[in-house]
Design a protein around this ligand. Structure first.
Ligand code: SF4
Length: 235
């Protein structure tokens, strides 16, 4: 199948067209966030504290797409605010970028109970929210973090272990973008070898953005204790 937003797997039912959402550009991101704050399209609405809309630079060239809000994100209403978010910031700093330079969103905007994996019908229900954000941000590079975002936006079933670090051109939000699959930072937190790979893949981001390469400093992150295996469906 072609890139998300153009085609979709058999058996997947179309969500309502995002173009039907009555919002304009620029301020439209805020308007869209407000419009989805009470979303009840899927069962995750029942257990969430709040919808976690994407956050960051509304004109970002680089957009990240993770999996779903976790405990801290659900409480604070922002994506990537826990350990994984801190690692993401360090990786960005390592290539000369700040968190404020990029836009960060997730495949799902509401926390799955117990941080379980997103279900196909939940992804289907929420995907138009993600595609609308891509339309409004107009990034040139979309970096997918982990399996769920990579499979959704590439439109291919290949797992992140196979495709990380391999950019591909695809169409998202009506625009041609460079899709760049990466390991999820939460997975790399518990696996030093994966962290090395993630750093190496991150090092190519400036090149993909058409910028000069920036030397990467040595990571200073301490590994944190791994959560239960069922919460690690990230790779
Ligand atoms: S996960 Fe997405 S589709 Fe489901 S209720 Fe939340 S915002 Fe709506």
């Amino acid at each position: 199948m072609e890139g998300a937003g153009r085609g979709r797997p058999s058996g997947v039912v179309d969500s309502p067209p995002v173009s039907a959402v009555p919002v304009e550009h620029i301020d439209d991101l805020q308007a869209y966030a407000q419009s989805v704050a009470g979303c009840t399209r899927c069962r995750l609405a029942q257990g969430r504290t709040q919808v976690v809309f994407g956050a960051g630079n509304p004109h970002a060239e680089l957009m990240f797409v993770g999996e779903a809000p976790g405990f801290h994100e659900d409480k604070q209403g922002l994506p990537f605010v826990g350990h994984a978010g801190k690692l993401l910031e360090k990786l960005l700093n390592g290539v000369g970028l700040q968190r404020s330079d990029v836009y960060i969103a997730n495949v799902l905007m509401c926390r799955p109970p117990g941080n379980r994996d997103p279900q196909p019908d939940e992804i289907e229900a929420c995907e138009s929210h993600l595609f609308r954000q891509v339309e409004l941000i107009e990034p040139t590079v979309v970096a997918t973090l982990g399996n769920f975002a990579t499979k959704l936006l590439s439109g291919r079933p290949l797992g992140i272990t196979r495709v990380h670090g391999q950019e591909q051109e695809t169409t998202l939000g009506g625009r041609t973008v460079t899709l760049y699959p990466l390991y999820h930072p939460a997975a790399a937190l518990y696996t030093p070898a994966m962290l090395k790979v993630l750093e190496s893949d991150f090092a190519r981001i400036p090149e993909l953005l058409g910028r000069a390469l920036v030397p990467q400093p040595e990571p200073e992150l301490a590994l944190v204790p791994a959560p239960p295996a069922e919460q690690l469906g990230l790779f």
